[in-house]
Design a binder for this molecule. Sequence first.
Ligand code: TYD
Length: 209
Amino acid sequence: MKQGQFITVEGGDGSGKSTNLSFVKQLLEKSNINIIITREPGGTVVAEKIRKLLLDKNEETISEQAELLLIFAARAQHIHHVIKPALAQGKWVLCDRFTDSTYAYQGGGRGMDGKLIELLEHKVQSGLTPDLTLLLDIPVMIGMNRVKKRADLDRFESEKKLFFEKVRSAYLTRAENNPQQIKVIDASQSLKKVQKDIVQILSVLTDRI
Ligand code: TYD
């Protein structure tokens, strides 16, 4: 049975997700919350192998359907072996990306059928959804310019601007339709201001902060 809180952090590439994820972790730990940090795709030995398949530029192209099914295969492992057991023990789970990424990247970016994603979501997650999602929103060009400075771009980072525009717009539509769960943060602001917003949002979830 679920007891802990399930928090996810989402955002386009270059939105400052990693930095802010550590910030959220520290913030919750300061409040004596027992928290585990994990990521998608990945989070278990097998799911990390699937992640590698998804991110590497393979000698063979990965079809959209294969990509979607691999993402949900990794998610099934992750939920079964990590997320559900942790929540049942009363731990909080902080996850770098979850199914909102699938709606944004595969649904928005790739234009895949949202109904198919929904079907897989229901089958694989059986009702498990985040209690809170922090969506770090950033104009595409700013995000892309930040990412370009990194050495090797992975399979997703190598997509074109239009792809990321669709990702962003799918994220924002999801946030509009799920305002209770998804809180949009303007990630083009200074880091200080972004983190101030995070503190404010989290304080609603726990009066211990
Ligand atoms: P991540 O490690 O968060 O990359 P970054 O920190 O560079 O943003 O995520 C890896 C990539 O996987 C990211 O580009 C988005 C993609 N992804 C999907 O396309 N669908 C999904 O459901 C998930 C979880 C990730």
